[in-house]
Design a protein around this ligand. Structure first.
Ligand SMILES: Nc1nc2c(ncn2[C@@H]2O[C@H](COP(=O)(O)OP(=O)(O)OP(=O)(O)O)[C@@H](O)[C@H]2O)c(=O)[nH]1
Ligand SMILES: [Mg+2]
Length: 454
């Protein structure tokens, strides 16, 4: 590996805190630690030291820990300096390190070095960033599992299976006709099919992981006065949105992050959908439609007591576009039992999930919360769920498409050369996840999205 320079950056958060951590990595890290503290740092021991600037003045005191490579996060010599969490002091510490020859680390450069040294694969390095960014316990746990290699291991097993099939197909190209047919219809096809099924399972798990990582955006939409803002307030547990009996109260888009046990999602309140009365409302409706177009899921809120508001079968898909849709019959408290049944039946004619609630009394809200938690990825979040990114899901989808090609070439056409080529492309696509075949510019883009000090 090429000789690298030594980098330094703040590894803890910006702002004041009890402690702030500066991380140094590279060939001069140990020497820099010695210069700054006046002590030779024994490996993996916490030393209580004074940090001194260029003219010997004490900047701060704190802990210094040396992690000699290769058994360090980056695989290089690493020194961690734990000082008081004052941004001015920590910057002075960094300036001293820069004066001694270190340079400021780029965003994600520590993780990038860990990846380049083979300490982590790409999916694991991404999991470091995801673990730091996780907004819920379930997302953090999932990122932790990816960092532990749960996702990567499954990718590697699948890569091994693909290699085995590739070897057989490449060898098969030289076989006589009859044997080819035998291979195409027999064990080889079976193994290819098995690999495709495993890939489908991995894709489903990765989608789930992406949902946990990115969080779902759930948009509340419907006619004016249906109770969208009341519902947001009820779910958020505070009076976030303005509620009045006047239809057309909400004009702007309001976002609220809510926690549902270990998972979280973003709720979006929007203006009621109708022919707008004025320019402000028109803009509100335009924004509502823009949110609908971006939503992962739509809650279509209806006023159960207003027959015109209860959705007809045709409306729901148009409202939700590609997103999933749940019909929420609100104001159920206004209806007697038989009228409720009739309203539910009418709403259910659309075919989707219908939940009856009252934002005012709280009736039915628990069931809605369970439903939302499921949308946010709560099911299965406890057992083995790992975090994944859109990049991973996309690579798995491409792998699946190439495997489908390979299967068709093999079984339907007995075209071994084409099958071999499709398998090669599948192999490449799958390898992108762990960084086995990831182009440099993509690597650059991935690591630069991390924050500094990671
Ligand atoms: N009885 C009853 N009234 C409700 C319920 N939910 C909301 N309301 C009332 O319905 C009216 C409209 O509520 P909002 O939450 O402002 O409705 P909205 O859908 O946000 O309305 P716009 O912002 O105008 O589109 C208010 O007077 C609420 O108090 C409910 O479950 N039961
Ligand atoms: Mg409103």
């Amino acid at each position: 590996m090429c000789e690298r320079d030594t980098i330094a950056a703040l590894a803890s958060g910006a702002g004041r805190a009890g402690i702030g951590v500066v991380r140094v990595s590279g060939p001069d890290a140990l020497a820099l630690g010695r210069r700054l503290t006046g002590r030779t740092l024994a490996p993996r021991r916490a030393h209580f030291v004074r940090f001194r600037d260029g003219d010997g003045q004490v900047l701060d005191d704190g802990l210094a820990i040396a992690f000699p490579g290769p058994a360090s996060f980056t695989g290089e010599d690493v020194v961690e300096l734990h000082g008081h969490g004052n941004p001015v002091l920590l910057q002075a510490l960094l300036d001293r390190l820069y004066a001694l020859g270190a340079r400021p680390a780029r965003p994600g450069e520590f993780s990038e070095r860990a990846f380049l040294a083979g300490r982590l694969d790409l999916a694991q390095a991404e999991a470091v960033a995801d673990l730091v960014a996780a907004g819920s316990l379930a997302a953090a746990r999932a990122a932790r599992r990816s960092l532990d290699g749960v996702f990567s291991r499954q990718v590697h097993e699948l890569l091994d299976a693909l290699v085995a099939v590739r070897v057989e197909v490449e060898a098969g190209i030289d076989f006589p006709e009859e044997e080819l047919e035998l291979l195409a219809g027999g064990a080889l096809a079976g193994r290819l099919y098995a690999a495709r099924r495993r890939l489908a399972a991995l894709l489903a798990a990765a989608r789930h992981g992406q949902r946990l990582r990115d969080g779902q955006v759930v948009v509340l939409a419907g006619r004016p006065n249906a109770g969208k803002s009341s519902l947001l307030n009820r779910l958020a547990g505070s009076e976030r949105a303005i509620v009045t009996p006047v239809p057309g109260t909400t004009r702007d888009v309001l976002r609220e992050e809510i926690r549902l046990g270990e998972v979280g999602l973003t709720l979006v309140d929007t203006a009621g959908l109708r022919e707008p009365g004025d320019a402000i409302e028109a803009e509100g409706v335009r924004r509502a439609r823009a949110e609908l177009a971006r939503a992962d899921h739509v809650l279509q809120v209806c006023d159960a007591a207003d027959p015109a508001s209860v959705p007809d079968a045709g409306l729901a898909p148009a409202l939700a576009g590609d997103a999933g849709l749940t019909v929420v019959l609100n104001k159920i408290d206004l209806l007697a039992a038989d009228a409720r049944a009739a309203a539910l039946a009418r709403a259910a004619a659309g075919g989707g999930t219908v939940l009856a609630v009252s934002a005012q009394t709280g009736e039915g809200i628990d069931a809605l919360i369970v439903h939302l938690a499921r949308l946010a990825g709560a099911t299965g979040a406890g057992e083995g769920a790992f975090s994944a990114r859109a990049r991973h899901v996309e690579a798995l989808q491409r792998t699946a498409a190439r495997l489908d090609d390979a299967y068709r070439h093999l079984v339907d056409e007995q075209a071994f050369e084409l099958c071999a080529e499709a398998l090669r492309l599948a192999h490449l696509a799958l390898g992108e996840i762990t960084g086995a075949h990831t182009p440099d510019d993509l690597l650059g883009a991935i690591f630069s999205s991390f924050c500094i000090g990671k």
